[in-house]
Design a protein around this ligand. Structure first.
Ligand code: SAM
Ligand code: DTB
Ligand code: SF4
Length: 314
């Protein structure tokens, strides 16, 4: 399947629309492809926390700054710990279980252990997603053979801005991993972060890049920066919440058949802002008390919000 080509100019023109016009268009596109009242729920588990060799400016898990962020370097979780967490996620109504590791990329021995974790999740009848960083030769094929459904690997920000956020790897190397994931036959979960002090142009350019992956990623997480004390971005200028909603709407319009996930930063959002994001076409969330190192909206709050908005979990 191929999707339409989007220029950064064309996506920026969406951002520039009057808010009501943009939301109306997004809602029309959304209803052509999805049940407008259905929201997919994924639960995250950090299977290896902290001590990462990379220097991504938003992240608490870089080894370069763990004294400032207070994140302890953990070991890879035991299989049994993963089984317990995955079972709880399933019992709480999540349909996908996403496991994340603070690595530049997985070593072969670690990959074999992670593959066992994928099997545990699949045996529970959930979709499995991993985010392990850059993949080396043959690693995507091994994960596909284990039955992994999705691989999450974000472009994070536009090509022009990337070097101001991360210096230890390039956005092109991330693109190589995405291509190997796709070539191995897995679905791609790929999005980015906004609220890092970037311009509207950068946000538009990121969305155009995602939409042009051809086809667009099946799942598109839109993260709002969680400004973590001790990271270079702890004092990032606040983003107008309506600009965040615009980002969701532009993602929906430019990637009509993708699941657009309202991802990090939801804990800090009001119920009203989240409702606007669902109206703009977000139809997936992270569900459960924790993201990787930071908190997420509480499950009980989400249940109440779903009930108030008449949303159903899928
Ligand atoms: N190490 C792997 C990688 O970088 O691909 C996987 C884990 S990494 C923490 C996964 C994603 O989390 C990043 O690509 C980024 O989009 C998101 N993320 C990390 N810290 C964040 C923060 N403070 N606020 C919002 N999103 C964040
Ligand atoms: C994604 O796009 N967002 C998730 C998941 N993929 C791995 C991670 C969000 C992390 C937020 C900061 C933290 O908890 O450390
Ligand atoms: Fe490491 Fe991923 Fe954090 Fe970058 S975002 S420092 S690669 S864990």
């Amino acid at each position: 399947m191929t999707s339409a080509t989007w220029s950064a100019d064309a996506v920026e023109a969406l951002f520039d629309l009057p808010f009501n016009d943009l939301l109306f268009r997004a809602q029309q596109v959304h209803r052509q492809h999805f049940d407008a009242n259905a929201v997919q729920r994924s639960t995250l588990l950090s299977i290896k926390t902290g001590g990462c060799s990379e220097d991504c400016g938003y992240c608490s898990q870089s080894a370069r700054r763990d004294e400032e962020t207070g994140i302890e370097r953990g070991k890879l979780l035991e299989l049994e710990e993963v089984r317990v967490a995955a079972k709880a996620a399933k019992d709480n109504g999540s349909s996908r279980f996403c496991m994340g590791a603070a690595w530049r990329g997985p070593k072969e021995g670690d990959l074999d252990k992670v593959i066992e974790m994928v099997r545990v999740v699949k045996d529970l009848g959930m979709e499995a997603c991993l985010t392990l960083g850059l993949l080396g030769p043959g690693q995507a094929e091994k994960l596909a053979a284990a039955g992994l459904d999705y691989y999450n690997h974000n472009l994070d920000t536009s090509a022009e801005f990337y070097g101001q956020v991360v210096t230890t790897h390039s956005q092109e190397t991330r693109m190589d991993t995405l291509m190997s994931v796709r070539a191995a036959g897995m679905k791609i979960c790929c999005g980015g972060i906004v609220g890092m002090g970037e311009t509207r142009r950068v946000r538009a350019s990121l969305l155009a890049q995602l939409a042009n992956l051809n086809p667009a990623p099946e799942s598109v997480p839109i993260n709002h920066l969680v400004a973590i004390p001790g990271t270079p971005m702890e004092n990032a200028p606040p983003l107008d919440p309506f600009e965040f909603v615009r980002t969701i709407a532009a993602a929906r319009i430019s990637m009509p058949t993708s699941w657009v996930r309202l991802s990090a930063g939801r804990q800090e959002m009001s119920d009203e802002l989240q409702a606007l994001c669902f109206l703009a076409g977000a139809n997936s969330i992270f569900y459960g008390e924790k993201l990787l190192t930071t908190g997420n909206a509480e499950a009980a709050r989400d249940e109440a919000l779903f009930a108030r908005l008449g949303l159903k979990a899928v």
